[in-house]
Write a protein that binds this ligand. Structure first.
Ligand code: IPE
Ligand code: IPE
Ligand code: MG
Length: 243
């Protein structure tokens, strides 16, 4: 058997890029603007990056938009963020669909407002058959919550006699995560200089490459994405094997 060397693999773009979009508040603060202004500009960066990801040959793009812990922010900021989400869904879905993008939303959906859930369900149904970029948006998402939910589902299946305890393995657990059917991220980018995972894709990131950049999310451009991919391509992935 001829082994595919990780060097050859490195020349291809990552199949799945996930981004922790951080730094909207600091972007606004540096300009003496309210945090909402940073979030608004952050939405512009989202549009730019979705377009760039398609052009760069990425198949899956996952964006961390709102964490389970972000509900702890002041009510006014949460309200502004939900308003921007509504606006994004209302104004962008037709365009995403036209561009062949398949939209998926992961997270604790029952914590979102009913009208937002409806918009999400409609957008997912509209774009489900598209075969372009798979865009996953993590909203009210937490990796620990996702794993707890998967554990509950496994326990329910065992209790109902649909499976045995012995059948619990990486595959059966992975199949009960929100991300079932999507390959694990190859590259995780975090903006704004912070170097932590903040409860994002804890299970799925087992062998992801991390790239941390100082750029604040509203300033993140197509060339920043390209540069992060270049860094990824120079890395050697070993997956525990000898180097
Ligand atoms: C990221 O920017 C957006 C969300 C988490 C919703 P922040 O709002 O966290 O911005 P900073 O980290 O305070 O600069
Ligand atoms: C992570 O950013 C969540 C998103 C980008 C949506 P935070 O700004 O919430 O993370 P911490 O609090 O700095 O870890
Ligand atoms: Mg932040």
């Amino acid at each position: 058997m001829v082994a595919v060397s990780s060097k050859d693999e490195g020349l291809r773009p990552p199949v799945h890029v996930a981004i922790i979009m951080d730094g909207n508040g600091r972007w606004a603060k540096a300009r003496g603007l309210p945090r909402t202004a940073g979030h608004k500009r952050g939405v512009d960066a989202v549009r730019t990056v979705i377009e760039a990801a398609g052009k760069l040959g990425i198949s899956y793009l996952t964006l961390y938009g709102f964490s389970s812990e972000n509900w702890r922010r002041p009510e006014t900021e949460v309200r502004d963020l939900m308003g921007l989400l509504r606006l994004f869904l209302r104004s962008q879905i037709a365009d995403l669909h036209k561009n062949g993008i398949c939209l998926k939303v992961i997270g604790e959906r029952n914590r979102l407002a009913p009208d937002i859930v409806r918009q999400i369900e409609e957008a997912e149904a509209l774009t489900a058959a598209n075969n372009g970029l798979v865009l996953t948006v993590a909203l009210s998402y937490g990796g620990r919550q996702e794993l707890a939910e998967a554990a509950r589902r496994l326990a329910a299946d065992v209790a109902a006699g649909r499976m045995t305890v012995d059948q619990i393995d990486e595959e059966s657990l992975g199949a009960r995560l929100y991300t079932a059917g999507t390959p694990d991220p190859d590259l995780i980018i975090r903006t704004s200089g912070e170097q932590r995972i903040s409860n994002f894709l804890l299970w799925q990131s087992a062998y992801a490459e991390f790239v941390f950049v100082d750029t604040l999310w509203p300033d993140f451009s197509a060339s920043d994405l390209e540069a992060a991919i270049g860094t990824f391509q120079r890395r050697e992935r070993r997956y525990g094997a000898a180097g």
